[in-house]
Ligand binder design. Structure first.
Ligand code: SF4
Ligand code: SF4
Length: 422
């Protein structure tokens, strides 16, 4: 695999953890992945419990959205989403009672049938928490034989330590869940992929793996973007696929997603909170924070000590490689948002003219030609020949570019050009 060793900058948030669970209001964005075709199930004035379904994505990839607090629906407002867009949200005022609909007795998590398992993780609103936001149940709702489950604990983006944190805190529960998923879905084995230099996380799993004979830990090289699904599957299986890993009998789940599955199977708890890494040189105290979905991030930033609010700050949702630059830090936490990174904008971020060095082509893991895509990003006819949709938005072309051209942004625009009139 083509890849690059990046400066990690993870130390600033590593092994730091706190909880923020007192938002005055939450905002449930009416979007899943890029899809805004969502049915609203509440109206202004309704009282909702924590864990109650307030909206539902329509169609084949249907999935519910839950309230993460108890309180009253006070209206609908547009708020900043981590995609950089303003998205309509359900605004719920917290009554600070944490009322839930009903509590489920804790259950042995491997005693479900495959169909029950699929229904539970669907009703719990579990989506890929590593950034893709794809409903998790779809991966298991297949007639194809699943041979291997790969648990992605690589987290190869610089700065982010959210998956690391859940892995350190919940290694036992994660192993128990992987074992249950294997049993329920009759999968032969599982692999937990962890980066070679992540010794503490490796140790957390190695010391607890005991007699789980069907679960193996695989150390992957410290190269970006080894955590990208296709690269990871290829590294582990020495095999590749066209569109989805299930074509070769593989399901890949992010480690935080596995813990969400545990919560749903064991306690009947839907996905209403997650760990977000809030970090970067402009933060006073970078840390990982367990937050309720729908919480405005700027509130959390203030609660953990604040940040330097100068003119030259760069707010990035996600990591600096694949993340989206936001206009401000007033963004809402969603299930698929793993980090907010606040950096000082450097002068050398300013773009210069392309020198046709070809470095972006050399480094592209999707084997496409970012420089040519950049040149034709509005020309649909030219783009069709350049296999633009193979881009996984890893950001390596922008990272490597000596002219500081935001090549990835051009490739993303090119994808939009192709989507127009589809
Ligand atoms: S074109 Fe896409 S896949 Fe290739 S390096 Fe750039 S962002 Fe990554
Ligand atoms: S790396 Fe930058 S300067 Fe070099 S060809 Fe690509 S876009 Fe042009």
């Amino acid at each position: 695999m083509k890849g690059i060793k990046l400066v990690q900058n993870k130390e600033m948030s590593k092994d730091r953890f706190t909880i923020y669970n007192k938002p005055k209001n939450i905002y449930i964005p009416l979007i899943v992945g890029n899809d805004i075709d969502i049915t609203i199930l509440v109206k202004k004035g309704d009282y909702v419990c924590k864990g109650e379904v307030v909206a539902r994505r329509k169609g084949f990839l249907t999935i519910p959205l839950h309230s993460s607090i108890s309180g009253t629906v006070v209206g609908f407002e547009e708020q900043l989403h981590h995609s950089g867009k303003y998205v309509k949200c359900i605004k719920i005022e917290n009554d600070f009672k944490e009322r839930t609909i009903e509590k489920q007795e804790e259950k042995p998590i491997s005693k479900y049938s495959k169909q029950e398992f699929i229904e539970i993780i669907k009703n719990a609103g579990i989506i890929g928490m590593g950034g893709a936001g794809f409903p998790t149940y779809i991966k298991y709702q297949t007639e194809q034989n699943i041979k291997t489950l790969i648990v992605n604990a690589v987290e190869c983006e610089p700065y982010i330590t959210a998956d690391y944190t859940i892995g350190i805190q919940k290694a036992e529960e994660i192993l128990e869940t992987i074992d249950a998923i294997l049993e329920i879905n009759r999968i032969q084995n599982a692999v937990i992929a962890i980066k070679k230099n992540n010794s503490k996380l490796l140790q957390a799993f190695q010391t607890r793996i005991g007699t789980y004979v069907n679960i193996k830990i695989v150390e992957v090289p410290n190269l970006y973007p080894i955590g990208w699904e296709k690269a990871l599957v290829q590294f582990i299986t020495r095999n590749t696929y066209d569109k989805l890993p299930i074509e070769i009998g593989i399901v890949v789940n992010n480690i935080s997603t596995i813990y969400a599955i545990y919560q749903a199977l064991k306690k009947g708890v839907p996905l209403t909170e997650r760990i977000v890494t809030i970090t970067g040189e402009m933060l006073k105290q970078p840390t990982n924070v367990l937050v309720k979905i729908g919480t405005p991030i700027h509130e959390v930033i203030e609660a953990i000590g604040g940040m330097k609010r100068t003119k030259d700050i760069l707010c990035i949702a996600g990591g600096p490689m694949m993340g989206i630059t936001l206009p401000n830090d007033n963004v809402i936490v969603t299930a698929d948002m793993n980090a907010i990174v606040i950096l000082k904008e450097k002068e050398d971020f300013l773009e210069q003219t392309c020198m046709r060095c070809g470095k972006c082509v050399e480094v592209c893991p999707s084997r496409i030609e970012p420089v040519l895509i950049k040149d034709s990003y509005e020309n649909k006819e030219a783009l069709l020949k350049l296999q633009v949709n193979k881009c996984v938005e890893c950001g390596l072309c922008s990272y490597i570019c000596p002219a500081k051209i935001k090549v990835r942004e051009y490739v993303k625009k090119a994808k939009e050009t192709l989507r127009k009139d589809e």
